[in-house]
Design a protein around this ligand. Structure first.
Ligand code: NDP
Length: 241
């Protein structure tokens, strides 16, 4: 039987908008208390206020750049103290820019790896000792279909998301003996600011994947009995326009 998440505590990175915000809302709806991370404080405040009002769970926020190790380590430590314990880490914060290898400035290429790959590693490493000590934990990493298939102009983004899958699978094998489930979700294009900013084609609401669709899959993966884990799941559109 699917397990209840009520009373669990979760940290969600990139929770100020888009997919992270939808995951935070869906977790709160299940009765999960939250620690939210993004760089923009006003976004975090807004999301936290509306979730507290709608679902009555505890919500704490900490503004941090996941690409900055000291910044994300101190955010995770603060949120862990406020929540008391952490059952779930959702590594969702990410960035995208497309361009050819020669056209994209080196600093931009490096930044994509720094945020999507190293940022996820920093956040995970900051909470892992706590999960190992508790002999319990759930880590969900948001990769992308660009993490299983390269394309012209996506070298930096694809390298970061392929890398994230390698990290996820290796960590999963490393820590499952501690009852820690590490999972990867790979959505194709989702209707968010990130997709609009990089010029991805978006269809109408009946056809285009929405942030809440990804959130539903994340909740379903967490509700699976603890004796199993969803290693990775690719979410694509049924009938794209
Ligand atoms: P959005 O741009 O809509 O939201 C991204 C969120 O992450 C924002 O809250 C942003 O806040 C935060 N964020 C970005 N960079 C950092 C950082 N360095 N440190 C902390 N927080 C950060 O993106 P999406 O919701 O579309 O994307 C979420 C994840 O899903 C990403 O990992 C993305 O790669 C992945 N994905 C997206 C797809 C899509 O088509 N939209 C498809 C497949 C995967 P702030 O800027 O204030 O920090």
């Amino acid at each position: 039987m699917a397990q209840s998440l009520r009373g669990w505590n979760a940290i969600v990175t990139g929770a100020g908008k888009g997919i992270g915000k939808a995951i935070a809302e869906h977790l709160a709806k299940e009765g999960v208390n939250l620690g939210l991370v993004a760089r923009t404080e006003s976004d975090l405040r807004q999301v936290a206020d509306s979730i507290r009002t709608a679902y009555g769970v505890s919500v704490y926020t900490s503004a941090a750049d996941i690409a900055d190790r000291a910044s994300i380590e101190s955010a995770i430590a603060q949120l862990k103290d406020q929540l008391g314990s952490v059952d779930v880490l959702i590594n969702n914060a990410g960035t995208a820019k497309f361009g050819s290898v020669l056209d994209m400035p080196v600093e931009e290429w490096e930044r994509i790896i720094q945020v999507n790959l190293l940022g996820t590693y920093y956040a995970t490493r900051a909470i892992l000792p706590h999960m190992v000590e508790r002999n319990r934990g759930h880590i969900v990493n948001i990769s992308s279909t660009a993490g299983e298939k390269g394309n012209a102009t996506t070298s930096a983004y694809s390298a970061s998301k392929f890398g994230l899958l390698g990290f996820t699978e290796s960590l999963m094998y490393e820590v499952r003996k501690h009852n820690i489930r590490v999972m990867a979700i790979l959505p194709s294009t989702v209707n968010t600011e990130l997709a609009r900013n990089v010029g991805l084609k978006l269809g109408d609401e009946d056809h285009q994947m929405q942030p809440e669709d990804v959130a539903e899959l994340v909740i379903d993966s967490l509700r699976l009995p603890n004796r199993v884990l969803l290693k990775s799941a690719t979410l694509i559109m049924t009938n794209p326009q």
